[in-house]
Design a protein around this ligand. Structure first.
Ligand SMILES: Cc1cc2nc3c(=O)[nH]c(=O)nc-3n(C[C@H](O)[C@H](O)[C@H](O)COP(=O)(O)O)c2cc1C
Ligand code: SF4
Ligand code: FES
Length: 570
């Protein structure tokens, strides 16, 4: 029997699903205050709830959905995508303190498994101990993070001391709570006043005042040969040209997600000289005609976030000229959000799932606008290149290559650090000239030339120039220039297993070859004797049919083992 209008109205007045709890709604309204309820701010708002209440409960998620006029399902699917959000069942709550222990490659090599084994019993049930992917401090492996407080060169005593002192925040330089490595985690930076006093922002201001034309600046960037330092190595000047040719308004998205195991160069520069990349961003914005700048910073970099919040506020308060709006956005624990289109989805407040291309983000990017997307370090070099001339940057290089590279070196060499060296240097030269040789008692066995994704090479191939393009013929790539040095204390198989475990955990799950392929490959690689034909077939499917670089590169370490370390898997 058809329902009357009155009956329909009655039916609609009872909403489906969970009802909004008045107390939870009041909590959310108080917490968000007058902040806009825009959809792209969803992840920012989820952080506020997580920070305040220690988790995301169902009543709070329902209240947030109501407040933001979004479907509960949309809020839930975003919240559950990111590792750092604790979505809990009614009445549940995680322990007040969480200790995350990095178990990615550099930390595993430095003994993080022992920490993961010992800490739960030592710290007791009131503390949750989780394993975590690379937290970007691989030079001081093994690393633990107590709440938001990083512990370089971690051992159980140091972690326990911070837990007992309830020292859960990244320490400031003037902190009264003792920290075993304050100078390491908070090295001190050039602030806005000092940067200006040293001539900072004069170049950006002079360009805005008409000192040079946009075409002249783009041409200088092209002449310098600067290539994107986030991994793909796309020529920076060419990218500026493409985006500038798109219709206004145009946006910029700066990538400081830095999740590739072994990589910490962006953090290194950001902790010391944050205005250098900001000035580079302003120059690029002027040259390309950018309306607004979005900066995406990984959640693990709490110290850097504080620096950026302070320094951007200082820049805004006393700008060198009328600068574009800048928005700082906080990641939430997802390696895939470093992939440029996934990052853009995340800035829009969504799950970090890579987009299908074309269209490219330079054409249709953030909020559907042409977007100049850059790694932070790429912008870090802009000022110096323009001040010293394009020939200065191109004038560096070795073995026929041009430019400078910031190598994050970790593993069994003596000096684990960011080493600024000529593009094209070989790993043997890097170890000898920059790292002080191998650690005592360690014999060079092999290396990862490009973090987790770039494959593994044996010591016998230590004379290949390290740069974009030079490693492709060996099934490897330089990526973000994270070099992991292996010794006779390591095996390539165990290294490859660690990397595949990482990819399997970090796959966004959107496409089957990557989601199922990484898990299946990991199972195959756990056997003492590898089923090589099957692994090769699986790898080919992942390379051919994955949507983004994670799935396409995930087989690289396994393929390297089969090609260069066959003695290990007989
Ligand atoms: C799985 C994956 C993770 C990535 N992670 C990062 C990252 O953390 N930081 C970054 O700058 N680029 C990362 N990239 C590369 C970006 O997609 C993009 O190429 C880069 O940010 C472009 O900036 P650039 O031209 O200045 O290098 C990643 C790519 C893939 C496929
Ligand atoms: S390749 Fe992996 S990470 Fe990339 S879109 Fe597919 S499932 Fe997601
Ligand atoms: S911090 Fe552990 S591998 Fe990077």
């Amino acid at each position: 029997m058809p329902k009357t209008k009155k009956a329909l109205k009655r039916a609609r007045s009872t909403p489906k699903g969970r009802q909004v709890d008045p107390q939870a709604l009041e909590d959310i309204q108080k917490l968000l205050e007058s902040a806009p309820r825009r959809r792209d701010l969803l992840i920012e708002h989820l952080h506020k709830i997580q920070d305040r209440f220690g988790c995301l409960s169902a009543p709070h998620l329902v209240a947030l959905a109501a407040e933001m006029k979004m479907a509960m399902a949309e809020v839930y699917e975003v919240a559950t995508f990111y590792h750092h959000f604790d979505v809990v069942k009614d009445g549940d709550a995680p322990p007040a303190i969480t200790v995350r222990v990095c178990d990615s490659i550099a930390c595993e090599m430095a003994g993080s498994h022992q920490l993961l084994h010992q800490l739960p019993d030592l710290l007791g049930p009131g503390v949750r101990v989780l394993h975590a992917p690379c937290v970007g401090r691989c030079d001081t492996a093994p690393v633990a993070v107590v709440g938001q407080n990083p512990v370089p060169h971690a051992n159980v005593e140091k972690v326990a001391a911070l837990v007992h002192a309830n020292a859960l925040k990244h320490p400031r330089r003037d902190s009264t709570t003792p920290h075993p490595h304050l100078d390491v985690v908070t090295p001190g930076h050039i602030d806005y006043a000092s940067y200006r006093a040293q001539g900072g922002y004069e170049l950006a201001r002079s360009l805005d005042g008409g000192a040079k034309t946009r075409d002249e600046i783009v041409a200088a960037m092209e002449d310098s040969g600067l290539r994107g330092l986030g991994g793909a190595g796309f020529p920076a000047g060419r990218k500026w040209k493409t985006v500038a040719a798109g219709p206004a308004p145009r946006l910029m998205a700066i990538n400081i997600d830095e999740g590739e195991p072994g990589t910490f160069k962006d953090r290194y520069y950001l902790e010391r000289d944050p205005h250098r990349f900001l000035e580079g961003a302003l120059i690029a914005a002027w040259a390309v005609g950018i309306d607004e700048i979005y900066i995406y910073l990984r959640d693990e970099y709490h110290g850097c976030r504080e620096i950026l919040e302070t320094e951007i506020a200082a820049l805004r308060a006393n700008p060198p000229y009328a600068i574009p709006a800048m928005h700082l956005r906080r990641g939430a624990g997802a390696y895939i959000c470093g992939e440029e289109s996934a990052m853009i989805e995340s800035i829009e407040g969504k799950r970090g799932e890579p987009r299908l291309r074309p269209p490219y983000v330079a054409q249709v990017g953030l909020f559907g606008r042409p977007t100049l997307e850059h790694n932070m370090e790429t912008l870090h070099w802009v000022r110096e290149i323009l001040e010293k001339g394009p020939g200065w940057f191109a004038g560096h290089g070795r073995h026929g290559r041009k430019g400078l590279r910031s190598f994050s070196v970790v593993g069994r060499a003596k000096k684990n650090n960011v080493h600024l060296a000529p593009a094209g240097i070989t790993v043997a030269e890097l170890i000898d000239e920059y790292c002080g040789g191998m650690l005592d008692g360690h014999v060079f066995y092999g290396y990862l030339p490009g973090g987790a994704s770039g494959g593994i090479l044996p010591a016998s191939m230590s004379d290949i120039p390290l740069d974009f393009d030079t490693l492709n013929q060996y099934g490897c790539f330089i990526g973000s220039a994270a070099i992991v040095i292996l010794s006779n204390h390591d095996t390539a198989t165990q290294t490859a297993r660690n990397l595949m475990k990482f990819f399997s955990a970090e796959s966004c799950g959107q496409c089957t070859p990557c989601r199922v392929g990484t898990a299946k490959a990991l199972t195959l690689m756990t056997q003492t004797s590898w089923d090589q034909p099957l692994l090769k077939e699986l790898s080919q499917a992942m390379v051919d049919a994955s949507i983004c670089g994670l799935g396409q590169a995930a087989p690289n370490p396994a393929l390297s083992v089969m090609k260069y370390f066959p003695q290990e898997i007989k």
